[in-house]
Design a protein around this ligand. Structure first.
Ligand SMILES: *[C@@H]1O[C@H](CO)[C@@H](O)[C@H](O)[C@H]1NC(C)=O
Ligand SMILES: *[C@@H]1O[C@H](CO)[C@@H](O)[C@H](O)[C@H]1NC(C)=O
Ligand SMILES: *[C@@H]1O[C@H](CO)[C@@H](O)[C@H](O)[C@H]1NC(C)=O
Ligand SMILES: *[C@@H]1O[C@H](CO)[C@@H](O)[C@H](O)[C@H]1NC(C)=O
Ligand SMILES: *[C@@H]1O[C@H](CO)[C@@H](O)[C@H](O)[C@H]1NC(C)=O
Ligand SMILES: *[C@@H]1O[C@H](CO)[C@@H](O)[C@H](O)[C@H]1NC(C)=O
Ligand SMILES: *[C@@H]1O[C@H](CO)[C@@H](O)[C@H](O)[C@H]1NC(C)=O
Ligand SMILES: *[C@@H]1O[C@H](CO)[C@@H](O)[C@H](O)[C@H]1NC(C)=O
Length: 229
């Protein structure tokens, strides 16, 4: 019993400082853990950004989650230099995932409600991730290409047994947070509207998830996969 408790506690400690890493498209700069609670992981926008060509009408986003239960939304800006959350609009509504590790999901920006997207449009996407201990952010600068097919050598896979549900009550940050340098992890977690209201999962199931993760290394929840896209 003591060892079970230790596993449980160490799992909680790990979860409390856990993060996520955008894998594809390539993030604006290398992952910086301490800056991830800030706008675009602390990377300032640039008019000369290095951009990844990304399908206008059907691509995928892949990431690694260190959290066992998390919500994610994707917002998009068509500005060449997007400096604030105010410059972004929701592109992929928030959804909740149970299960850590690799996760890759399809996106179709042409089917979003964002206007002005066409072949050759420069955009920036920002992932908003919440594993229960505050929002984390990473950006990628893209040029949208019509009819582009992503190489099948680009890794796109899910870890075993993840369960996906849509999370409807989370909202995108709108105004208060600004670009990276002005806030840091001690102050930014309160500075924008958090999707934490959507966290319907109980503490006991979170604890179960953590201890299952520590003990077994994988998740094996039975459940219906809802294709949210
Ligand atoms: C897209 O952005 C690149 C720099 O990231 C720039 O060189 C190019 O002119 C931009 N294209 C358009 C259509 O604005
Ligand atoms: C673009 O990439 C090159 C090569 O990696 C790097 O030297 C340059 O600083 C990058 N530019 C921006 C605006 O990030
Ligand atoms: C972009 O954000 C800045 C800073 O909040 C704001 O001043 C500007 O009006 C915004 N531009 C657009 C087009 O949303
Ligand atoms: C687009 O807007 C409609 C109406 O507000 C909404 O029902 C739909 O979910 C939105 N689509 C996306 C991809 O956000
Ligand atoms: C990737 O695509 C190439 C050609 O488009 C095909 O020959 C190859 O079998 C594919 N590889 C996989 C693993 O699907
Ligand atoms: C990962 O899971 C999501 C949600 O069920 C699904 O939409 C996506 O296609 C899966 N990705 C892969 C590579 O199977
Ligand atoms: C973070 O913010 C606190 C309080 O505003 C400040 O004391 C600290 O120096 C900041 N840290 C960084 C790395 O900017
Ligand atoms: C952030 O919120 C927490 C709890 O909601 C509170 O204890 C803390 O003082 C807040 N920090 C700031 C900088 O407002």
């Amino acid at each position: 019993m003591r060892s079970a408790t230790l596993v449980f506690l160490s799992g909680l400690v790990a979860a409390a400082s856990a993060h996520f890493q955008l894998q594809f498209p390539v993030p604006r700069g290398p992952f910086v853990e301490k800056n991830e609670p800030t706008f675009c992981d602390g990377y300032a926008p640039s008019a000369n950004a290095n951009r990844t060509e990304f399908p206008l009408d059907g691509g995928f986003i892949s990431l690694n989650s260190e959290h066992p239960i998390w919500t994610l939304g994707v917002e998009l800006s068509t500005l060449q230099v997007a400096t604030s959350f105010q410059n972004f609009s929701g592109a992929v509504p928030f959804f909740q995932v149970t299960g850590a590790g690799a996760f890759c999901f399809p996106v179709d920006f042409a089917a979003s409600n964002i206007t002005g997207l066409q072949d050759g449009t420069n955009v920036t996407i920002q992932l908003i991730f919440d594993g229960g201990d505050g929002e984390l952010f990473q950006c990628a600068d893209l040029t949208l290409k019509s009819g582009l097919t992503l190489s099948n050598t680009t890794s796109c896979q899910n870890s075993t047994g993840q369960t996906v549900v849509t999370a409807t009550s989370a909202s995108f940050p709108t105004s208060s947070a600004t670009s990276g340098s002005s806030s840091n992890s001690s102050s930014s977690s309160n500075s924008s509207s958090a999707p934490s209201a959507s966290q319907t999962t109980t503490t006991s199931s979170a604890a179960l998830a953590v201890s299952m993760s520590a003990a077994a290394g994988i998740f094996a929840f039975a459940g219906v996969l809802l294709a949210a896209f």
